[in-house]
Design a binder for this molecule. Structure first.
Ligand code: SF4
Ligand code: SF4
Length: 188
């Protein structure tokens, strides 16, 4: 199940600015997807690289296999998590056929709409491309560790002076938030 990460002062600021923290969850692409949908998903990677989620839950039975691949894992209570950005992501998922079940089971709303014929492929691609481009652009402007939402948390300050100096960044964060809600209504 998705799991909320504890809030900091910065989180509260970010929440007020309607840019929510991501919850720990899963990533993309069921094995029975049509090829063109699977290809779109593989070329997107938004949910592997930290734009949507902070980590992916890992079943106890999957821990040994991931450890054998030297992938970093975190134990939180009884839960195992693989932190994001996912170390298995190297442009694309490098363990696609052995990815955790949470990754296999996850479909964002874009994939669901595409599979059901509600969204044309061009619109789906355009939405995902814009979302990924915004994440990349914001990432270059917030010095950090690479953990996207934690870096946003650290970078944002709760003051009028800071907001006036970073108006462009805030507008992009608002747009990103709106796009993420379209990509995944539950977690965006
Ligand atoms: S956001 Fe959607 S399309 Fe992109 S990688 Fe994740 S599941 Fe696939
Ligand atoms: S294991 Fe693969 S599909 Fe799962 S988050 Fe990492 S890169 Fe993405």
């Amino acid at each position: 199940m998705p799991r909320k990460v504890g809030a900091s002062n910065r989180d509260r600021y970010v929440s007020r600015s309607k840019v929510r923290r991501r919850e720990a969850c899963a990533i993309g692409g069921r094995d029975d997807m049509p090829n063109r949908v699977a290809e779109l998903c593989l070329s997107c990677s938004l949910c592997c690289t930290n734009g949507l989620f902070r980590s992916v839950p890992v079943r106890a039975t999957e821990v040994a296999g991931l450890r054998a691949r030297r992938l970093p894992l975190i134990k939180r209570g009884d839960e195992w998590l693989m932190p994001f950005p996912c170390a298995a992501h190297n442009g694309r998922c490098s363990i696609y056929s052995d990815r955790p079940s949470a990754c296999r089971d996850y479909e964002c709303d874009v994939l669901v709409a595409l599979n059901s014929g509600q969204t044309p492929e061009s619109a789906a691609r355009s939405l995902l491309d814009r979302t990924n481009a915004l994440v990349a652009s914001i990432r270059t402007r917030i010095a950090g560790t690479g953990e996207f939402w934690a870096d946003v948390d650290r970078f944002c300050k709760d003051s009028a002076e800071w907001r006036s100096r970073h108006a462009d960044l805030l507008l992009d964060l608002f747009e990103l938030h709106a796009l993420l809600r379209r990509v995944d209504r539950k977690n965006g």
